[in-house]
Structures are given as structure tokens and as C-alpha cells.
Design a protein around this ligand. Structure first.
Ligand code: 5GP
Ligand code: MG
Length: 178
């Protein structure tokens, strides 16, 4: 590492755990007896997904999808593509997408459109965090953890240039122009 990053904790692990439990309770209520397909967006959602599914109490399936998005920069390019696709059939399934952060909305709008074309029985979105001030396209979030300011967040699966994903709290990291 070239310089010491400046991290400021925004959500501690206890608060994250309580929020994940709140979301899980809402999902348990809505999906009881429906055997949904949960699709996590890699890599950022992997810890959130792992914590969330362990709080659900009904049969479900887990899939992951990988989309190209920010790369190493800060701004969303608006050009989204599937890097790693789905192995499961979406048609007729109750699909719940698990995303880390909805920012401009371009990434998730692309994926929801992609999935909708495959005719799921239902399609909903669960996001750990929402940055509404950055929105470029409208996105309906059915299950939302935190509304966050326009700051760059790391930890709990979220990275900056592949660093900090392992940190159990969510912090704001100062983004230096380099
Ligand atoms: P969007 O297409 O909505 O602009 O970008 C969403 C994606 O950008 C998210 O899936 C997430 O991976 C990434 N992203 C947006 N904001 C942040 C942030 O504050 N921290 C990190 N680590 N990733 C972010
Ligand atoms: Mg992402």
C-alpha cells in the first residue's frame, strides 16, 4: 500500500447485523413457501448474501452473477455487461436480486431488464445501501438496508481497488485522485 487510507466508520457490525435481520424478517414474511432464487451480484454482495441467507428459514436457491461496472475508477461508465452469467433457469421463478449499493442505478437497471426478459414469476430487489443523490435512472428497491450519503464506502464486502472487503464494519474512505 502506498499511503495510509483514511477510514471513518459509518455502520458498525452490530448495526449491520440488526439491519440484515430486519431485511431477513421482511423477506421471510414475503417468501414463505415460495422457494425463491436469490441472485447475488459479485463481488460486493458476497458477505451480505451470506449473512442474509443464514437468517432465512425456508428452502431457497442461491446464484451469483458478475457484471462489469466501476473497474478501478469512481464513476459508473453506464456501460454494463455480464461477465459471469447465470446457470439457473429464471423463467417462472420468484427471483430476488441481492445488490450491495445502488448508486447511479445503471448497473441494477441493466440486470433487472436482463432478468425481466427471461420471464420470472416475480422479480424483486434487495439492496444493502442506496445512494439516492446519485441516481440517473429510477430503481425501485423492495428491501433496503441503509440510505447513505454520496461517499465512497468500504468494508463488509465492499472494496476500493480490491482492498478492505474483509473489514466487518462499513466505513467511508477518502478517495484520493491518483
Ligand atoms: P451504479 O451502476 O448504480 O452507479 O453502481 C453500482 C455499483 O457500484 C455497485 O454494485 C457497487 O459495486 C459500486 N459502488 C457504488 N457505490 C459504491 C461505494 O460507495 N463503494 C463501493 N465499494 N462500491 C460502490
Ligand atoms: Mg457491484
Amino acid at each position: 500500500m502506498s499511503s495510509q487510507p483514511n477510514l471513518q466508520v459509518l455502520f458498525r457490525r452490530e448495526e449491520i447485523a440488526a439491519t440484515v435481520e430486519r431485511l431477513a424478517a421482511e423477506i421471510r414474511q414475503d417468501y414463505q413457501g415460495r422457494h425463491p432464487l436469490l441472485i447475488g451480484i459479485l463481488k460486493g454482495s458476497f458477505i451480505f448474501m451470506a449473512d442474509l441467507v443464514r437468517r432465512l428459514n425456508f428452502p431457497l436457491e442461491v446464484e451469483f452473477i458478475r457484471l462489469s461496472s466501476y473497474g478501478r475508477g469512481r464513476a459508473s461508465s453506464g456501460k454494463v455487461k455480464l461477465v459471469q452469467g447465470l446457470r439457473s433457469e429464471v423463467k417462472g421463478r420468484d427471483v430476488l436480486v441481492i445488490e450491495d449499493i445502488v448508486d447511479s442505478g445503471l448497473t441494477i437497471a441493466f440486470l433487472l431488464d436482463y432478468l425481466r426478459k427471461r420471464k420470472p414469476a416475480s422479480l424483486k430487489l434487495c439492496a444493502l445501501a442506496d445512494k439516492p443523490s446519485c441516481r440517473q435512472v429510477p430503481v425501485a428497491i423492495d428491501y433496503l438496508g441503509f440510505t447513505v450519503p454520496d461517499k465512497f464506502l468500504v468494508g463488509y464486502g465492499l472494496d476500493r481497488d480490491e482492498q478492505f472487503r474483509y473489514l466487518p464494519d462499513i466505513s467511508v474512505v477518502e478517495v484520493k485522485a491518483d
